[in-house]
Ligand binder design. Structure first.
Ligand code: NAD
Length: 355
């Protein structure tokens, strides 16, 4: 399998280096060979080439079987021309690779239940939600859009638009994901107010006819936000559009209390998927061997599961991570106040030892 590595900025190169060690160790254990190519993205690419997403990067990503990304951005590039900001590299690669589905599991591991922001009785039965967010459509890309002046005052608008094929393909991803989990999908919309949401709901219901074994429910986004913090255990897979998914997936992730723990996958209809931790480049701790590498290591596990169908290998990584936490190893972001923490390399080494 060929994997293109986009280390990016800040803690990106540190966490990606550790994740690659884990991948190689799992490969050795199960007789798999992974080949790597490396390419520039974000601030590192701007510094080297003037563009946050050089052509060569797009080419290498498209030629690979999967892409592993660290993170992009940092204060160094905060004041440059917005047209070439590091984040443009991220949006650009998603678009170039046709990655329309973003899968974000928010899991509260029992070993880290004290890190959760919710009352213990609310998460008594655990928390394991998969948010499936539409990534290349909706209000972030809809036309017309406008920012300027009209009738003597400042004025701005965007358009939330979804075509049937965009809804159908993301619904499919959600139903397929549910089949590998607890078999339940909750589709989140605002169909009581928005025309676009009524189309969304109709198409999801229609696509559901192909998945009679999966249970489908619907929820308005305002209620979904409330239910997510009131009783997150009720959800298995949540599927929703770009804007609602952006907000709900961050909320779901944040309640687990461990931003350094959560992986994500971005998938298209075919071609390579892109795997990355949900956190950013953490400039405040970059270069200090303080980053938690587990979100990136768990992103590798998602890659093995979703792109390569290597379930045993993925399970092996997940179990090694859980064992590492059971043994009490903690990086600074997940350590209890006053307790001892270890660095990025030591945390990865503990996972390697447990594989
Ligand atoms: P951030 O996620 O980088 O950091 C938020 C806080 O969480 C910081 O205190 C950081 O130290 C901590 N943190 C994050 N990841 C961690 C890890 N693995 N281990 C330990 N602690 C960790 O978010 P931010 O500070 O808002 O953004 C910093 C930069 O990252 C910005 O330039 C932003 O645009 C960029 N960003 C990139 C991505 C991406 O590449 N996907 C996502 C979000 C933000």
């Amino acid at each position: 399998m060929k994997i293109c590595i986009l280390a990016g900025d800040g803690i990106g190169p540190e966490i990606v280096a550790q994740a690659v060690k884990v991948l190689d160790k799992v490969g050795g254990k199960f007789g798999r060979t992974f080949e790597y190519s490396e390419a520039l993205i974000g601030g590192a690419a701007i510094d080297a080439t003037g563009s946050p997403l050089p052509e060569a990067t797009v080419k290498l990503c498209k030629e690979a079987d999967a892409v592993l990304l660290g993170a992009v951005g940092g204060p160094k590039w905060d004041t440059i021309d917005p047209a070439i900001r590091p984040e443009k590299g991220l949006l650009g690669i998603r678009k170039e690779m046709g990655l329309f589905a973003n899968l974000r599991p928010a899991v509260l591991l029992p070993q880290l239940k004290d890190a959760c922001y919710l009352r213990p009785d609310i998460v008594e039965n655990g928390l394991d939600v998969m948010v499936v967010r539409e990534l290349t459509g909706g209000i972030y890309f809809g036309e017309p859009r406008f920012e300027g002046e009209k009738d003597g005052e400042r004025y701005g608008y965007n358009t939330m638009v979804y075509a049937e094929h965009e809804i159908r393909r993301i619904a499919k991803v959600a139903f397929e994901a549910a089949r590998k989990r607890d078999g339940r999908v909750c589709s989140v919309d605002k169909a009581n107010v928005l025309d676009v949401s009524r189309v969304w709901r109709e198409v999801v219901i229609d696509e559901h006819k192909n998945y009679p074994d999966v249970e489908l429910s619907h929820m308005y986004v305002d209620n979904a936000a409330m239910q997510l913090v009131r009783d997150p255990g009720q959800f298995d897979v949540m599927v929703t559009g770009n804007l609602f998914g952006d907000i709900l997936s961050d909320a779901a992730a944040a309640i687990t209390g461990s931003i350094g723990m959560l992986p994500s996958a971005s998938l298209g209809s075919d071609g390579p998927g892109l795997y990355e931790p949900i956190h950013g480049s953490a400039p405040d701790i970059a270069g200090k061997d303080m980053a938690n590498p587990l979100a990136t290591i768990l992103s590798i596990s998602m890659m093995l599961r979703h792109s390569f169908d290597m379930t045993e290998e993925a399970d092996c990584i997940d179990q090694a991570v859980e064992k590492t936490l059971e043994q009490g190893h903690r990086t600074g972001d997940i350590v209890e106040p006053g307790a001892r923490s270890i660095g990025c390399k030591a945390m990865a080494q503990a996972v390697l030892d447990n594989i």
